[in-house]
Design a protein around this ligand. Sequence first.
Ligand code: FAD
Length: 288
Amino acid sequence: ILNQYLVELRGHVKVSFEFFPPKTDTMEGMLWNSINKLSRFNPDFVSVTYGANSGKRDNTNRIIQDIKKRTSLIAAPHLTCIDFTPSMLRDIAQEYWNNGVRNIIALRGDKSINKCSSLSSMYAVDLVSLLKKIGDFDITVAAYPEVHPEARTAQSDLINLKRKIDAGANRAITQFFFDVEQYLRFRDACVSIGIEIEIIPGILPIFDFYQLQRFVAFTKVRIPQWMYILFDGLEHDLDTQKLIGIAVAMDMVKILVKEGVRNFHFYTLNRSDLTYTICHALGVKASN
Ligand code: FAD
């Protein structure tokens, strides 16, 4: 039945892709291979993360400008506010606006481990307001189906999301998740407090479950027990992990499509293989 839904909806599902700035020439090659391969799916936009702790916004900016020069894709930089003063942020936003950037993923970012105090005590909502004063940016913000780790309560986190939307954000992309029910409950909760914009699920196709376990330690994302069982004993078998990763993500997107989701954001980690397979099976309209 779920496969039947996918067939009926072929061409109606839309996607966006997230990349990160590469650190080496080899990684840069991998990034461009992925961008070129995935651009076939005519994504609504592609975004490039900003590593707050590295202090290298130039890397994000360079990749954004290159994407704009080399492709016809809409390129959206991630911008975090925690390491900047409001005046620095205004300059950055103005520079983006002057360079023709109209889409921004507006985030607070995480506190630098090396610095005792951050430059700014801004939250993402403040960044959204600041950006809107510079220009009519198309703004995406972050949402957390399993609640942000620093939130006092789930309700206060939800109210924070509502404030970001009220300040001018156009959509939210969720932290990745593996519990589809949790996302659906969260989407209902958003509707119940009057959030009308789209809560786009962030999908992280797994290619290394053991790396994922280290990574989720910094989040409140729950790995369901069945995933430990599915990946059990595959620590040194990345090929099989990849195939299971695709199967897990496919199951998720099928249920989400059945539940009315038509837009997906993929955390590609600069790889095209898993995301390409999933987009193909999802029937995302592709150009030749
Ligand atoms: P906010 O919306 O500001 O919320 C942060 C926390 O503060 C929440 O717990 C919220 O409930 C709480 N809060 C908000 N207002 C108040 C208040 N007035 N008083 C008390 N508490 C309050 N990080 C990067 O460094 N670079 C990236 O490129 C990046 N990309 C991301 C992309 C997506 C789609 C997502 C989901 C996350 C991304 N992150 C990135 C991670 C993000 O920066 C962190 O999760 C960060 O800790 C929170 O950012 P935010 O924008 O959600 O913050």
